[in-house]
Design a protein around this ligand. Structure first.
Ligand code: GAF
Length: 377
């Protein structure tokens, strides 16, 4: 990847720039809890976006995406975002740095990546944090702290891409650390690194390669439901709600909103259970909570789809310790905790059965928990 970027950079812009990278993420548990002020348990992975960047002495940004084979350029004083979605992420990052009083000058960039798109591994957060990190290093003497870098990515999603996401993806991309998951309290942004080395188990992602259109922005609707229930309860976020509180207002809210809130309240506790179980090496409890999360995401939060439910059923049949849909939902991957000796059978069965039913094989990624945003030597 690096050679291709370098070749494209010197052909298009001449000379050499500095290399930066940032990573996609997994999340062991804690889905849709981030924007509810709850806990999440993600980590950065060994799938990255890499960029070569060089200041160009103008007020223009010129960028080429190797994977999409498209070029975009925009002025730093322009209000209008570029039309290409991928370029909007970079435009948004520049605007957000400037909005916070930081400095961005014109630059040339070429980037490429191997974070699968639309798989729920947060390629967009990887792109945002790669450029946020680079803007900080190149134009701000590294003075923007890592919390702010994550928030720059999150605000880019809110203000330039129409997704009212929480902080999890950008936080994991920026703070990711090799062989560690991050237990993040999304209300206070206090975090703790948990060593993550699986003994006798593998963590594998099975990508349905299905991406259901997010017509009407169901993600934002889920968030709105949660905020509505929190308001009815008189609390800031569902982090402050328990099941008894929800039961108390049951008659005042719709069944749908009740279900959404119930899922979030239960998920909050599951994250804490998994963190504790992981420290004890109690993989059965970790796995049990993963299956429960899947069920909640499917039946209560309704962000799964038939293909992912099917992958989850196959995992269960194959004796996989834990399996669940990962990320925002509506397609993408399941994350699976599998005993080493069951791995081959699980993968073969998942491929065969899924293809027989849906006409294509799912893609399989073994992931390694790795470092997040960084400058490369
Ligand atoms: C997406 C969002 F970007 C995250 O903030 C988070 O809400 C996640 O969905 C669900 O846990 O990845």
């Amino acid at each position: 990847m690096r050679e291709t970027i370098r070749e494209q950079f010197s052909q298009r812009f001449g000379g050499n720039g500095v290399f930066y990278a940032s990573a996609g993420r997994i999340n062991l548990i804690g889905e849709h809890t981030d924007y509810n002020g709850g806990f999440v348990f993600p980590g950065a992975i060994d799938k990255v976006i890499m960029a070569e960047i060089k200041p160009n002495g103008t007020d223009k940004v010129r960028v080429y995406s190797v994977d999409i084979d498209e070029y975009a350029e925009f002025g730093l004083n322009e209000e209008d975002a570029p039309t290409q979605q991928w370029a909007r992420y970079i435009f948004g990052v520049c605007r957000e740095v400037i909005k916070r009083g930081g400095s961005v000058k014109g630059f040339d960039a070429v980037f490429a990546g191997n974070v699968p798109l639309g798989a729920g591994l947060s390629s967009s957060a990887a792109l945002e944090s790669c450029f946020a990190y680079a803007m900080n290093d190149l134009f701000n003497d590294g003075k923007i702290d890592k919390f702010e870098l994550a928030k720059i990515g999150q605000s880019t999603e809110h203000n330039y891409c129409g997704v009212n996401c929480g902080i999890m993806d950008q936080f994991a991309s920026v703070f990711g650390k090799k062989d560690h998951l991050i237990r993040l309290d999304c209300r206070s942004l206090e975090y703790e690194y948990f060593p993550f080395r699986l003994d006798g188990y593998k963590l594998v992602l099975v990508d349905s390669k299905v991406k259901h259109e997010l017509v009407d922005s169901p993600y934002n609707k889920r968030r709105a439901s949660c905020e509505h229930v929190a308001k009815e309860l008189g609390v800031d976020t569902l982090r402050d709600a328990e099941m008894e509180d929800l039961e108390r207002i049951k008659d005042r809210i719709s069944q749908e909103d009740y279900n959404r809130a119930k899922y979030v309240i239960e998920e909050k506790q599951r994250v804490l259970d998994v963190c504790e179980a992981l420290q004890k090496g109690d993989y059965d409890t970790v796995g049990d909570r993963m299956y429960k999360t899947h069920e909640g995401m499917s039946k209560l939060y309704e962000v799964s789809c038939v293909e992912l439910d099917y992958l989850n059923d196959i995992a269960k049949e194959c004796g996989v310790t834990g399996s669940r849909i990962m990320g925002g939902g509506f397609g993408g991957c399941t994350i699976n905790l599998v005993k080493d000796d069951l791995y081959d059978n699980f993968i073969a069965t998942a491929k065969k059965k899924f293809e027989a039913k849906y006409g294509h094989e799912p893609r399989v990624y073994d992931v390694i928990v790795s470092d997040g945003a960084r400058k490369l030597d």
